[in-house]
Design a protein around this ligand. Structure first.
Ligand code: GTP
Ligand code: MG
Length: 295
């Protein structure tokens, strides 16, 4: 019997936990079962209490205190500790039936998925045939307001692509917080950002405003952010990143507004399709009150 899950990831503050909460509320309203796993040892407040919380295994505060580590080093230690104690996960997940959607709420340190092999190892463990055998997909969130600054948008897209290559599971890239863009950009203009391509660099408003700052690149202070970002090298770097993303042709985006139920439902449908959730479900008997007597 397979298990089904989605790993919600992406940079800090992009709305991962908010999306997890909206998804759980939506599943509950549709009489579906969710199992919420918090894997962010720094997360404190939850709209829905987690069914399993990494904080019950290890405390980030204790790690930082005892090992004299900063928050990022501490987080890495917590994940390495989790890797050595994977029965913490398997004991909680092994009895879940295929009706459950397991939702993993991940921390915002993207180095966990793009640089160090911790999350790829975790994914191998969860999806391994014969053990938990989970059908898992990644929901990689980026903040939709990144599109206003093309450098940020392409850097985010590069991190999404890097996660796709490292994790090797079905992957959805999602632009979150769409409600924040409603007043800033027309729908027609936004559509271009759903598939990154190099033409988007041609009309970068942030680039135009940077050009107003006249800087002599030869005498400028190399640590001055404005000087660096208005220079030709920065432009070339962005163009190279955009070219790379376009040539791999792997990244495209779905839109999400976590405050809108239809939007959450649309993303859930993509998740269900990716992990083939519905194929495994037994036909359910209708509850008594749901029978239509005329039929
Ligand atoms: N307007 C708007 N704000 C949102 C949305 N989703 C999240 N936010 C806000 O963005 C902030 C960060 O949201 P979180 O859900 O904590 O983001 P996160 O990715 O889990 O953050 P970390 O776990 O710290 O990396 C909060 O203030 C949320 O209220 C959204 O769809 N629209
Ligand atoms: Mg969070």
């Amino acid at each position: 019997m397979s298990k089904y899950g989605v790993m919600v990831m992406g940079p800090a503050g992009v709305g991962k936990s908010t999306f997890c909460a909206s998804l759980i509320t939506h599943l509950q309203l549709n009489r579906r079962s969710a199992f919420y796993v918090n894997l962010d040892p720094a997360a404190e407040h939850f709209e829905h209490p987690p069914d399993l919380d990494i904080k019950d295994l290890i405390s980030l505060e204790d790690v930082m205190d005892e090992l004299k580590l900063g928050p990022n080093g501490g987080l890495l230690y917590c994940f390495e500790f989790l890797m050595e104690n994977l029965d913490f996960l398997s004991e909680a997940l092994e009895f879940l039936t295929e009706e459950y959607l397991v939702i993993f709420d991940m921390p915002g340190q993207i180095e966990l998925y793009t640089h160090v092999p911790v999350v790829p190892t975790l994914i191998k463990f969860l999806t391994q045939a014969g053990a938990l055998d989970m059908r898992l997909c990644a929901a990689y969130l980026l903040d939709a307001t990144f599109v206003i600054d093309r450098a940020k948008y392409f850097a985010g897209s590069l991190s999404a692509m890097s996660a796709m290559i490292m994790l090797e599971i079905p992957h959805l890239n999602i632009l979150s917080k769409m409600d924040l863009l409603k007043d800033q950009m027309r729908k027609k203009d936004f559509k271009r950002f759903l598939v990154p391509d190099t033409t988007l660099l041609e009309d970068d408003p942030a680039d135009r405003s940077r050009r107003k700052v006249k800087v002599d690149v030869h005498s400028a202070d190399p640590t001055d952010k404005d000087a660096i970002m208005s220079g030709a090298t920065f432009k070339q770097l962005n163009a190279a990143v955009a070219n790379l993303i376009e040539s791999f042709s792997m990244v495209s985006y779905l839109k999400l507004d976590s405050t809108d139920e239809d939007s959450v439902q649309a993303i859930l449908s993509y998740i269900d399709d990716c992990i083939q959730f519905h194929e495994a479900q037994e036909p359910k008997e209708l509850a008594d009150e749901e029978y239509d007597e005329d039929e």
